[in-house]
Design a binder for this molecule. Sequence first.
Ligand code: NAD
Ligand code: UDP
Length: 340
Amino acid sequence: LDIRLSEDEWPILRSQRWLLFSEASNIMKFLVTGGAGFIGSNLVTKLLSDPNNEVICIDNMYCGLDSNVAPHLDNPRFKFIKHDITEPLKEEIKVDRIYHLAAPASPPFYQRNAIHTAKTMFLGTLHMLELATKTGARFLLTSTSEVYGDPEVHPQKESYWGNVNCNGIRSCYDEGKRIAETLTFDFHRQHKTDVRIVRIFNTYGPGMREDDGRVVPNFIRQALEGKPLTVYGEGNQTRSFCFVQDTLAGIMSLMEQTETLGPVNVGNPIENTMLELAETILKVTGGKSSLNFQPLPSDDPRKRKPDITLAKQYLNWEPKVLLEDGLKVTVEYFKKRLNL
Ligand code: NAD
Ligand code: UDP
């Protein structure tokens, strides 16, 4: 949060500047909300690698990184708008696709201002659905495995309705994504808005903040700095970690499906305990850190693993990158960021 460009340094765009975008018919125009964040910035980079694509990124820089956006600022096919999506858009935007990712995804960040998180989930999603409906854009919501809460069904299939506390410290995020899913399908039913919903499971990779607070950046930073790894609880809780490029392949494939499907899980079905993750990260970094056991935060899900039958069947998708290989790339990224 201390490394942001000032308001003046960002290219805040005025509506006439949108005319600079090409009107050629083979050009695809994308809006990526949350494009300065971890997954959003990887998506923007991937979209811009196709010369027929133009990308508008909207982000309020609450937890996005300047360094995730800076490489694209000189690209004429890229526009950045610093804007909080809880407020209506000030510019006229016409795009073909809306990837709606804006939402703080790390528990410390989404809990820091829980009321604003809830507003982002509801009002932010509402504003983006209104834009999609008005302009005829296809809309994709990045939902989450958190809609399953602390699951009593394992692994989690899309048909499972979940086990979610509606008034705990994680609820602004979990319930926020649940109402975002509700709104998305209500727009589809009421206005025929062309929608897609992906339920992403724990994803990691380059583009994350070192102070993000999620387990992968925490463990890697601690291992690289020779500090004890903070394991919450006994470390027996499980997560299933997917490398960001695999997750993106699934999300982008879902976006380009010709028909609206129900929500689709995208995640890695290989499940690890946090103790196993700590061990793998120490192996990859060559670190010798001890483990520092800390209290388990409330409502922390005990286990999580996606059933990806639907993604395999409809998207012909499954993850390819092994945890150790993805972690190697991520460790190199953090070494650069930490000047190690
Ligand atoms: P992130 O926290 O790294 O990035 C989120 C981005 O959204 C940040 O740049 C932030 O500044 C921006 N943002 C937040 N509130 C905003 C607002 N009101 N207006 C404008 N911008 C706002 O998150 P991420 O890991 O890249 O996740 C991206 C999306 O994918 C999120 O919607 C998240 O819920 C979902 N998701 C991620 C994971 C994961 O493991 N990374 C898992 C499930 C779902
Ligand atoms: N966790 C941990 N040490 C940390 C950060 C997180 O043991 O330094 C645990 C956390 O309690 C949870 C798991 O790792 O059980 C994944 O946490 P993260 O915040 O990455 O994602 P989420 O809980 O949202 O899946």
